[in-house]
Write a protein that binds this ligand. Structure first.
Ligand code: 5GP
Ligand code: ZN
Length: 120
């Protein structure tokens, strides 16, 4: 991708717009690295998206192990703060079409607050 194409991807990206506060979201946590907000179409009583501030399109493009770890550690902390750590929760990151990805800025789904069905 050219620098120009990369800039355009970031300009048009839904989650970059939420990071830049151009689109409203129900933000429950943010710091210098990530922002976490409630999913607009929740699939469980708790459905939060943990999103890096920097634009990374898919897991295939993820190069920073520290960032990958930070997403998980943030989700873990939020699960505790939201009171679902002991009952349990699920962390999901979809990749590309067959993985069910619809927004091409990586995000970790934090799902809980009810019994979740088995996926695998
Ligand atoms: P994916 O399907 O890419 O793994 O997940 C994208 C998620 O983003 C979906 O669960 C969808 O409901 C959520 N989503 C899509 N648009 C918006 C939005 O404008 N605001 C919020 N908060 N969530 C969104
Ligand atoms: Zn983005």
């Amino acid at each position: 991708m050219t620098d120009e194409a990369a800039d355009k991807a970031v300009d048009n990206c839904l989650f970059c717009k939420i990071v830049r506060k151009e689109i409203p979201a129900d933000v429950i946590y943010e710091d210098d690295t990530v922002i976490a907000f409630r999913d607009i179409t929740p699939q469980a009583p708790v459905h939060v998206l943990v999103v890096p501030r920097t634009h990374v399109s898919t897991v295939n493009d993820l190069e920073d192990p520290a960032l990958a770890g930070y997403l998980i550690m943030t989700a873990k902390k939020l699960a505790n703060e939201l009171g679902i750590d002991e009952s349990g929760y699920r962390l999901v990151m979809n990749c590309n079409e067959q993985g069910g990805q619809t927004v091409f800025h990586i995000h970790l789904h934090l799902l809980g607050g009810q019994q979740l069905g088995h996926l695998i």
